[in-house]
Design a protein. Structure first.
Length: 114
């Protein structure tokens, strides 16, 4: 595995162990992995020839969406002249926030799961 991006809430070491085991069984080594949360149990595509428009390079990669018991997002309060007390904005990624370094991470249990 060349590159790992993990925003699922599952520890990176666990993801690396599982992906390493699968890669060894399949006999592959030059690929990238992106792990995210999802509302289902498991989903995600594999790009065997890469996708420059989505991933930025031609190296093969896998997008793995794993259903976890927690939901995480980023929250930021923005004060504007119209809303002097501030408005809360919620983002799935910190980089999407208006001021990413001030966005706070929120992790909560998924209330829809039994």
């Amino acid at each position: 595995m060349k590159w790992l991006r993990n925003s699922s809430g599952i520890p990176d070491s666990t993801v690396k162990n599982v992906v390493g085991w699968i890669a060894a069984e399949l006999g592959i080594d030059q690929f990238d992995v992106e792990v995210r949360n999802c509302s289902g149990t498991l989903a995600g595509p594999a790009y065997t020839k890469g996708a420059r428009s989505y991933h930025g390079n031609r190296r093969p990669f896998v997008v793995l969406r794993v259903g976890t018991e927690t939901v995480q997002h980023f929250q930021q309060t923005v004060v504007t002249p119209r809303f002097p007390k501030g408005m809360e904005f919620h983002y799935s990624r910190r980089s999407q926030a208006k001021n990413p370094e001030l966005a706070s991470k929120i992790v909560r249990r998924d209330s829809q799961r039994p």
